[in-house]
Design a protein around this ligand. Sequence first.
Ligand code: SF4
Length: 120
Amino acid sequence: MAESTYTCIICPRSCCITVAGEPDALEVSGHSCKRGLEYALAEHTHPLRTLTTTVAAEGSPLRRLAVQGTAPVPRELLHDCLAQVNAIHVAAPLRMGDVVLANVCGTGVDVVAARDLPTS
Ligand code: SF4
C-alpha cells in the first residue's frame, strides 16, 4: 500500500497529513480540518503549482516584467511552462492583465502581465 506524507500549507498549524491506499480507496489521516483533507488529496492525486516569473521587457524603463498564470498548472508541467515563458520578450506598452502568452504548454492557462509596463 503506497503511503505519502504532506505538510499542509493552508494555515500556520502545518499539520503533517498522510495519504495511503489505492487510488479508488484513499485513506487520509493527520489533518485537522476539511481544508487540509482537500489539500492533501489534491497534492496526492493532481498537484498544481502557481506560475509566477518575470520576462524580458523592451521599450520601457523596466527591464523585466512580472507575469503570472491565470490559474495553477500541473506540477509536472511547471518546468516546461517556465521554460516557454522565459523564452519570450514583451514590448511596452502593456497593461496589467494583458495576455503575454496564451495556453502555455497546452495547459489552457494564459500568462498575463502582473503590472503595467509603461513606455516611460
Ligand atoms: S489541516 Fe487544517 S488546521 Fe491543519 S494545517 Fe491544514 S488547514 Fe491548518
